[in-house]
Design a protein. Structure first.
Lengths: 306, 245
């Protein structure tokens, strides 16, 4: 067990940011905390990084208690906060040197760990960190979080403000780090990034809705689900919401997703209904739920009992 | 065709660097248009020109019927802007935010009064009118921000990562609002780094190194590139220049 969180709670005045949250992360796992802003993700990171004391509950990281053993803990973890927190007016090279120094580490000893990312930064090694693009800042922040060879890496919304090419490279990098045995806890508000994790916890308003593999989450989705489109999507969504009292329809990219909880409406009946309402160019196909569909269902109907 | 944005060879150079390189495209009334590109591809520079904040080096563009070079102030009065990360002032009340933005967009005091009453009623938030925005649930804040961006009845609203960071249900409610506005004839110009947001657009353009390298419906683009999703399309297009600097 690399991270163990048991009934952790934290309030800020009257606001309960984290409510008795428990989960465990295995060694060498990429574990995702998936949820919107305000779900409590950053509070959890700060508690696990020993930067914030929990009100209740216990947490251990790499065998160390986050409250009792905070000094030893800080040498074993790397933390990349959601907000860019390197020194904007130090150069790329100076930032890396500074963080190595703070931990009493030498860049050359641990260079193998960051080489794949740092080679992309080397042409800009004299540039001030503040003048880097979003993708480059993210890569430098990752290098600085890794330079003391931590056992556990905390990444709070690393994808924010980064384009898809850089984001893909970043995730490829995380998989290589996992291969070297580092445990990674990563958060995102984007449901489609869940698929890149080994296991995820869906979190909302300080509570965990479900913990599973991405595939397990979507496989547990219980309702018949269809992807639908027609030439008039605006009217289609409205019409489908009237299909049956419990039918739900929401925009989902170029299609709309139609949930029919009772399962009482076979495709033929739906097609007939849409035809009667004058829709043209209709396409209707049963689809596998995505993590986002599962999240929506969990928000509406509460925790699954599987 | 009723074009709300039309550009011809629109170009911006900074010294020897060409940030936007002769882009030509048109966006129609009521369209949800995704304006995409990698970090540093020239997207922000292009948007600054389209919103009258930056003068083009050459080429031309009209937005809401006005020339961005000769009539930037007229352009500014006919556009709205909303970003998920920042839109409303949290330490002002709901009513104060409406008044502030109404004033910025040049509405007369009487018009602001009428609009405020109308907006509070439509969003059913009259009870919160004198509370700080900071205390509103995120979903409400977002609806309010969007309504405020529409306050002066702009022909086009620029949305920056409009649904980033919100829960999936709130996100869907927001797409309902966007589609509703589009249905009413407002053009929505969406910029985002998240390709699943791009999938919701009627058409998208992808900028690479200052040029628009692709412009089509997400459906046609995916077919043309044999890609499963827009993320893959984006990566295939931008791969050649993946240094992103």
């Amino acid at each position: 067990m690399s991270i163990s969180v048991q009934n952790i709670s934290k309030s800020y005045g009257p606001v309960q940011a984290v409510k008795a949250v428990s989960f465990e992360v295995l060694e060498g796992e990429i574990f995702g905390l998936i949820g919107p802003d305000g779900a409590g993700k950053t509070t959890l990171f700060r508690i696990l990084a020993s930067l914030l004391l929990p009100d209740a509950g216990q947490a251990r990281v790499d065998g160390l208690d986050v409250v009792q053993d905070y000094k030893a803990l800080r040498r074993r973890i790397g933390y990349m906060p959601g907000r860019f927190s390197l020194y904007q007016d130090l150069s790329v090279e100076e930032n890396l040197g500074f963080f190595a120094n703070v931990f009493g580490a030498h860049i050359r000893d641990n260079y193998d760990l960051i080489r794949d990312i740092y080679v992309q930064l080397e042409p800009f090694s004299d540039r001030r960190a503040g003048a880097l693009s979003g993708g480059m800042k993210q890569k430098l922040a990752l290098c600085c979080a890794l330079i003391h060879r931590p056992r556990v890496l905390f990444l709070d919304e690393p994808g924010t403000g980064v384009d898809p090419v850089s984001r893909k490279e970043f995730w490829d990098m995380l998989r290589r780090l996992r291969a070297s045995g580092i445990t990674i806890l990563v958060s995102t508000a984007y449901m489609d990034e869940a698929a890149l994790c080994d296991r995820v916890a869906l979190i909302q308003k300080g509570e965990i809705l479900a913990i599973d593999t991405p595939r397990g989450l979507t496989a547990a989705y219980r309702h018949p689900l269809f992807a639908v489109r027609s030439d008039d999507m605006y009217r289609l969504i409205r019409d489908l919401r009237d299909l049956t009292p419990d039918a739900d329809c929401y925009a989902f990219g170029e299609y709309a997703h139609l949930v029919v909880p009772g399962g009482g409406s076979p495709s033929a009946a739906i097609l007939q209904y849409l035809e009667a309402r004058g829709h043209t160019g209709v396409e209707l196909l049963p689809v596998q739920a995505t993590v986002e569909d599962s999240f929506i269902d969990l928000m509406k109907n509460g925790v699954w009992t599987t | 065709m009723d074009y709300v944005i039309q550009t011809e060879q629109l170009t911006k150079r900074f010294g020897t660097f060409t940030a936007v390189n002769a882009i030509s495209f048109a966006v129609t009334r009521g369209e949800v248009f995704g304006f995409l590109g990698a970090n540093g591809a020239g997207k922000t520079t292009a948007l600054k020109m389209l919103t009258g904040l930056l003068t083009p080096s050459s080429g031309r563009a009209t937005v809401a019927g006005f020339d961005v070079w000769r009539q930037p102030e007229a352009v500014k009065r006919r556009i709205g802007y909303m970003s998920q990360r920042f839109s409303l002032y949290e330490d002002l009340t709901v009513r104060e935010n409406i008044r502030l933005y109404g004033g910025i967009y040049g509405l007369k005091r009487a018009a602001i009064r009428v609009k405020t009453a109308d907006l509070l009623e439509r969003l059913d938030i009259g009870a919160y009118a004198d509370q700080l925005v900071a205390g509103l649930p995120l979903g409400w804040r977002q609806k309010l921000a969007f309504s405020v961006a529409l306050l002066h009845e702009p022909r086009i609203v620029f949305l920056d990562e409009p649904t980033s960071g919100v829960d999936p249900l709130t996100r869907r409610q927001f797409w309902d609002l966007i589609y509703e506005a589009a249905h009413a004839g407002v053009t929505l110009m969406i910029t985002t780094h998240y390709m699943d947001e791009a999938e919701y657009c009627d058409r998208v353009s992808i900028m690479v190194d200052g040029k628009i390298e692709a412009l089509d419906t997400p459906r046609n683009m995916k077919a043309a590139f044999g890609a499963e999703d827009m993320d893959e399309v984006f990566r295939l297009l931008a791969r050649a220049t993946a240094t992103n600097d």
